[in-house]
Design a protein around this ligand. Structure first.
Ligand code: THG
Length: 816
């Protein structure tokens, strides 16, 4: 029996039980603060084995080997290799299994690498993939029955992990992410994006673990159940931790009681995370034995594409921006040849500002490496815009390379009815879980008659379904012909479109602007054709969203077809329009209207920048432009005005949006890094002019002794620096005395301490005590996932910072 068969055999049971929290069990049995838990596989295998045995005895069908942090990055200085610690971990779990539960399975357990991925961090997608691949190979050869990815918070990170597992083993995969109470992960990833993307990658089970108790996770599992048909897994904490006692607030019986209620979401795999001892697992097992499980009904998943933070449901007409396409555009072709990414990002922002829901991305020009260019473009675009992308190429290699690094679930443009196309494109789309556009043409070209195009559409559907691509993920393009060349073409296209929509039950897409080639006043023909197509059932409109008439047609249609309820969006867009509208038509045939075009295309400014352009660049994460604009501004604006009128207010705006939850961590960091680039330019300029330093004051920051989690502290550092503070970063696992010495030696008046684990909160307390004992004139701010304002007060901290943004506010108050 293969490992997959074995896993699916287990899933045939009414329910499957996992184990509980290994980390908290180890802490309870005396593991010291700051120790690497995986080292115990070598130094104290008996302890690990006895914990596994207790879980198997309590009813676990699967236990997670003690390998959560066994990756290259986290093991850096421990003196043992990934292979050694993983092999030992799996062997120990197998021993426990052989002793207690012969039918039990052993999972290779892998958590996040521990550093942020690009663009917010420094780890590339490819490097993350390699690290996971190494872990998976070690686990598979040691005899793991499945691989589990858990506590993941970055969608691209878990995607790298899943691809690494699929391409380097035949192990079944259970993928679980960690969500906060706002229904987002730490990096802002939504539950729908997780469900759509990770189900699309065809894992074997999907779920939620850690962060909250079963009660708090109800809305999370409820939402996830709407976005996947994969077997569901739930592994909550034993409630919420009390930082004082370090204990979680739900009892074993209480935990099982909550889990009983949550059966209604059709959970298949039950377990526990931090704080859940074998007693918890025993109670859950008993509860399931007594009450039985509730099996899941098949759910209709909405047709949708997504980025990590934005899911576009295609249940009403949506706009696909067509402008990232070099066809017939000299400037664009030049930009591609020179790898001028700013030009492309400018095109992207202009379109999203104008209201595009999705962006088509085509970078095909002769004489460039299209694979490389597409990968760079997808990565760059995803660092500045949050809309989902439509990958547009005729080369399967380009499509595959883009699908690999794309963060979320994209649309693929396109496949057609030709054998060659179907054979090459569909397996890639299936592998990466994208949605696909099917063009109604084949070896014989585009059929004249609409009915024949419907036949090709049917063929594409059959082929998709046979390979496992869901009907709802296919968008048929009945193809727009040029009406000046073939006048009946329009009628045939619309006829085919409405048959595809009504008879085949599929969603539709059209590139609208081809219709008007060769005619004068093309905008007029384009937007009337668009209106006709919408009325015939068009779902995705590939248009130039910067043309007011085109966006206007979509906006007005949505009012008239009852999609825009109470005309909310329409009114929001047009309420402030001047009554007498003057449309400026330029010689490209594009029209612009300043009252409704709020976007600025920095590409068009050619150097005549204003302060507001710098704010814009910061808010949109345009790093190179931020630096360029600053350089230009310095020739005419006082440097402190640049800081105080552009950089700080822009950062404040992003910070405010972050606090409201309308913008997420990656954007906050991108914005901060633009400001940082601008600060660098200003600093250089000041040094040349011999004026005083811009530093607003010095701050010492450290992750406290015993704690090696420095993601939070690193984010604080980036933000503080970008607000102009000089940061003395002592790193992670910092001894108390080092903090005191750094404060004293550098004459520092503000210190920031970070701790992620409940177990290291005591180190935070000790550090503060030592600072107080030394009578230093230094305020202390503290932060970290498990910290509360109450505890901060109790350990005599001066300030509690709920997030990185608040640490900046505090610094400005103390040093400003
Ligand atoms: N179906 C699908 N994909 C498509 C099309 C389609 N992709 C390409 C195209 N058609 C849609 N995209 C564009 C992109 C740019 C332009 C038009 C369509 C464009 N056109 C200018 C014009 O219309 O004259 C020429 C350049 C210019 O002057 O700026 O830019 O049908 N699935």
């Amino acid at each position: 029996m293969t490992k997959k068969e074995k896993f699916y055999d287990l899933l045939k049971k009414d329910y499957v039980v996992l184990d509980g929290g290994m980390g908290t069990m180890l802490q309870a049995s005396g593991m010291k603060v700051g120790e690497t838990p995986e080292m115990l596989n070598i130094t104290n295998p008996e302890l690990i084995q006895s914990i596994h045995e207790k879980y198997y005895e309590a009813g676990s069908d699967i236990v997670y080997a003690n390998t959560f942090g066994a990756n290259e990055y986290k093991l850096e200085e421990c003196g043992h290799s990934v292979e050694e610690l993983i092999t030992a971990g799996i062997e120990i779990a197998k021993k426990a299994r052989d002793k207690v539960n012969k039918n039990g399975l052993v999972a290779l357990d892998l958590g996040p690498i521990g550093i942020l991925l690009e663009p917010t961090g420094v780890l590339s997608f490819e490097a993350a993939y390699d690290m996971y691949a190494r872990c998976v190979k070690a686990g598979a050869s040691a005899g793991a029955d499945l691989v589990v990815f858990e506590t993941m918070t970055d969608l691209l990170d878990i995607k790298a992990a899943i691809l690494a597992a699929k391409e380097n083993s035949d192990l079944p995969i259970l993928a679980t992410m960690t969500f906060e109470q706002n229904l987002r992960t730490f990096t802002g990833c939504s539950i729908s994006a997780f469900g759509l993307t990770v189900s699309g990658l065809d894992v074997d089970a999907i779920g939620i673990n850690c962060s909250l108790g079963p009660k708090e996770l109800e809305p999370v599992i409820s939402e996830l159940s709407k976005w996947t048909n994969k077997p569901l897994c739930l592994k909550p904490n034993a409630g919420l931790p009390d930082p004082k006692t370090n204990l979680y607030n739900v009892t074993a019986l209480g935990f099982a009681g909550y889990m009983k209620d949550l059966r209604k979401y059709g959970i298949k795999i039950y377990g526990g995370c931090c704080g859940t001892t074998p007693e918890f697992i025993k109670e859950v097992t008993n509860m399931l034995k007594e009450n039985g499980n509730i099996q899941r009904e098949y759910v209709e998943i909405k047709a949708a594409v997504c980025s990590p933070t934005k899911t576009v449901v295609i249940d009403e007409p949506r706009v696909v921006g067509e402008r990232i396409n070099p066809t017939g555009k000299k400037i664009f072709q030049e930009a591609l040849k020179n790898k001028n990414m700013e030009y492309i990002l400018g095109q992207a922002l202009e379109q999203t500002n104008a209201g595009a829901d999705i962006l088509d991305v085509n970078v095909g020009v002769p004489g460039i490496n299209e694979v490389e260019m597409m990968v760079d473009t997808v990565k760059s675009l995803q660092s500045v815009v949050d809309v989902p992308l439509q990958i547009d190429s005729t080369d399967p290699k380009v499509i595959e390379a883009a699908l690999r690094v794309y963060n979320g679930r994209p649309l693929v443009n396109s496949v057609n009815g030709e054998e060659e196309s179907l054979k090459n494109i569909l397996p890639i789309v299936k592998k990466y879980g994208g949605a696909i556009i099917g063009l109604a043409l084949d070896e014989n070209g585009i059929p004249k008659k609409g009915d024949d195009r419907v036949k090709i559409a049917q063929k594409i559907i059959d082929r998709c379904v046979s390979i496992g691509i869901d009907k709802k993920d296919i968008y048929i393009d009945c193809l727009t012909l040029t009406v000046s060349a073939e006048q009946e073409g329009c009628r045939e296209t619309l006829k085919a479109l409405s048959r595809v929509k009504n008879e085949l039950g599929l969603k539709t897409i059209l590139g609208v602007s081809n219709i008007s080639f060769g005619l004068p006043n093309r905008v007029l023909v384009n937007h009337i054709f668009l209106t006709m197509a919408l009325q015939s059932g068009l779902d995705l409109c590939i248009i130039n969203p910067n043309i007011p008439e085109m966006m206007g047609a979509v906006m007005a249609y949505k009012v008239l077809a009852c999609h825009d309820l109470n005309s909310v969006n329409y009114v929001a867009k047009y309420a402030n329009m001047p009554k007498l509208k003057t449309v400026v038509v330029d010689n490209t045939g594009n029209s612009g209207n300043s009252a409704i075009t709020t976007s600025i295309n920095l590409n068009d400014k050619k150097g005549n920048y204003e302060i507001s352009d710098l704010s814009y660049a910061v808010k949109k994460g345009l790093k190179k432009e931020g630096a360029d604009i600053t350089r230009e501004l310095l020739s005419k604006v006082d440097s402190m005005d640049i800081v105080n009128k552009a950089l700080i207010p822009a950062l404040d705006d992003i910070g405010a949006e972050f606090e409201k939850g309308t913008l997420f961590l990656p954007q906050l960091i991108m914005g901060a890094s633009v400001a940082s680039a601008a600060f660098e330019v200003i600093k250089e300029n000041m040094q040349q002019n011999g004026s005083q330093k811009v530093s607003k004051g010095k701050i010492v920051i450290a992750t406290v002794k015993g704690d090696v989690h420095d993601i939070g502290k690193n984010i604080v550092k980036v933000l503080l620096e970008n607000y102009g503070f000089e940061v003395i970063d002592l790193g992670k696992d910092v001894p108390y005395e080092d903090v005191v010495n750094a404060i004293r030696d550098n004459d520092v008046h503000l210190c920031g301490l970070s701790a992620l684990m409940t177990t290291t909160l005591v180190s935070m307390k000790e550090t503060i005590e030592l600072i107080r004992k030394n009578n230093l004139d230094c305020k202390v701010m503290v932060g970290g996932a498990v910290l509360t304002p109450e505890y901060a007060k109790e350990i005599d901290a001066d300030f509690y910072a709920a997030d990185a943004k608040e640490s900046v506010d505090i610094a400005r108050r103390v040093l400003g």
